[in-house]
Design a protein around this ligand. Structure first.
Ligand code: ADP
Ligand code: MG
Length: 527
């Protein structure tokens, strides 16, 4: 199907084509016609499947730009997602002249009120700020014809259920309501029943929770060795663009500081940073001014960032769904990705809980040694020197140092000069700045059956999220990536051993060579 077959107005189609969209995604194909008919629609599809345009295009189609009133309201879970949706809606409505504003907490409300006063056809906002604006009578709801709940499960997770209900009850009853979500826990279904009129439920079955495009690894490592293990791995892997996930805000700050100290181009985002800073960091990351983004789950969720090659789970996530979200940041748009999860010895049980959900086994990875990391860094430096010498622009600068260079050349041998360049370029393992990462309490030792040991955020529908529909379960495929640097190795988990052995029986056959070798050591000779 093409976008032109969707009955959208010319100016909307033009904008969609300009954005480079060739054909509607399944959720778009199924929901846009219903929404255009004026029906209430519940759209369920995985993250990254184009839900924004699914509700955005029919909504934009309906807006009467001659009418200077707010005609559509989008409720979104976080500031980032609100901004992201606003940008996407603006992009598609620009041709038509649709004004889209976003409002969210943590940013001047006066400025947002002013922006609303200057005119808005569509408002995208987070629940708390929307309520504030409604109470201040700065946000008029009486002309709203379309109400959209975006990423509804996420809003539920963040405890916004009451706020959402409060907002909905203030929107005129004569309206169209669209609800989009990746999962459909019961409280969200109830919103559908309570606030929507005979909604059409469209569900796009997710074939797999995690894509085949992401190679998933884990490294068993002690808490106090995690940081060095991670940076060594980074030196060896040389990721183009990576995200490091930390469990807490403090963790994100410390990791960011540590990575910078060791010379990586890294920045962190989490909920305590002001909006401006967060957007700046994201922009830098998207524009290649940063190589590493350090983030908490909440800060990174739903963000549309392309080109991420590596996801490092510095801390194993508290719940398995977060893991799916995290590694979903890579392996997008047909490109390959890698995820590496660092697991402390007594957190090994969590690994199997995650694997139970994803139906995919992570491969064990041997940590790289300091020496390997050093070798890898040297290789990169040598390549860079070659490339720089071939670069006209850089060579053009050489002239400035001509006299000094002649002097140096008279004084030192070429080898000595080369040695000096290399010591300047490559940080050697002996002088690497020490980085202390404060100890986080590991997750409770023995996770109970289906959930996560009673810890974490109770009462927020977590259990609902863990209960999954049959069709969302991917089928485990036995095929393996035969990369000999990286292979399964036996898990040595003392007390949990029995669990693993039992699980292993259910797992697909290993080839006899894998059984024999156990694992292939990537750093021969060192251990
Ligand atoms: P979701 O809300 O389902 O997580 P988004 O709406 O954020 O997904 O879309 C994810 C990305 O896919 C965005 O960059 C969006 O611009 C892009 N996208 C959406 N629909 C299409 C399409 N039909 N063709 C190509 N890209 C699309
Ligand atoms: Mg979305």
């Amino acid at each position: 199907m093409k976008f032109t077959e969707l009955n959208l107005a010319e100016d909307i189609i033009a904008a969609v084509e300009k954005a480079g969209f060739v054909k509607p995604s399944p959720i778009q194909e199924m929901t846009i016609p219903l929404a255009l008919e004026g029906k209430d629609v519940i759209g369920q599809a995985q993250t990254g499947t184009g839900k924004t345009a699914a509700f955005g295009l029919p909504t934009l189609n309906k807006i009467d730009v001659a009418n200077n009133t707010i005609q559509a309201l989008v409720i979104a879970p976080t500031r980032e997602l609100a901004v992201q949706s606003q940008e996407e809606l603006f992009r598609f409505g620009r041709e038509k002249g649709v004004k889209v504003r976003s409002v969210y907490g943590g940013s001047s409300i006066e400025r947002q009120i002013k922006a609303l006063r200057s005119g808005a056809h569509i408002v995208v906002g987070t629940p708390g700020r929307l309520l504030d604006l409604i109470k201040r009578k700065a946000l008029k709801l009486n002309h709203i014809e379309t109400l959209i709940l975006d990423e509804a499960d996420e809003m539920l997770n963040m405890g916004f259920l009451e706020d959402i209900e409060a907002i909905i009850s203030r929107v005129p009853e004569e309206r169209q309501t669209l609800l989009f979500s990746a999962t459909m826990p019961d409280p969200i279904k109830r919103i559908g029943v309570k606030f929507m009129k005979e909604p059409e439920h469209v569900k796009i079955a997710a074939k797999e929770l995690t894509t085949e495009l992401v190679d998933q690894y884990y490294i068993r490592v002690k808490e106090n060795e995690k940081f060095d293990t991670m940076t060594r791995l980074m030196d060896v892997d040389q990721p183009e663009l990576s995200i490091v996930f930390g469990r807490t805000k403090r963790r994100v700050d410390e990791l960011t500081r540590g990575l910078k100290l060791r010379g990586y181009r890294a920045e962190g985002i989490h909920g305590d940073l002001d909006q401006g800073k967060r957007l700046r960091v994201l922009r830098d990351f998207k524009n290649d001014n940063l190589d590493i983004l350090v983030a908490t789950d909440v800060a990174a969720r739903g963000l549309d960032i392309s080109g991420v090659t590596h996801v490092y789970n510095y801390d194993i996530p508290q719940d398995p769904e977060s893991y799916v979200h995290r590694i979903g940041r890579t392996g997008r748009a047909g490109k390959h990705g890698q995820s590496i999860t660092f697991v402390s010895p007594n957190e090994m049980g969590y690994l199997s809980i995650i694997e139970n959900l994803t139906k995919k086994r992570m491969k064990g990875l041997k940590p790289a040694t300091a020496q390997e990391a050093f070798q890898a860094k040297k290789k990169v430096a040598l390549k860079k020197i070659e490339a720089d010498f071939a670069d006209e622009k850089i060579r053009a600068n050489f002239d400035k140092f001509k006299g000094d260079a002649v002097k140096l050349a008279a004084e030192f041998s070429p080898e000595e000069l080369a040695l000096y360049i290399l010591t300047l370029t490559v940080q050697d393992p002996d002088t690497l700045p020490e980085v202390e990462i404060a100890r986080e309490k590991p997750l409770p030792f023995k996770p109970s059956g289906g959930g996560f040991g009673g810890k974490g955020k109770g009462g927020r529908g977590r259990n609902d999220r863990n209960r999954r529909d049959g069709d969302r379960r991917g089928v485990y495929r036995g095929d393996r990536n035969h990369d000999d640097r990286r292979r399964d190795f036996k898990r040595k988990s003392n007390k949990n051993r029995k669990d693993f052995e039992q699980k292993d029986n259910k797992r697909p056959h290993r080839t006899s060579s894998e059984k024999k070798n156990g694992f292939v050591i990537r750093n021969k000779g060192d251990r």
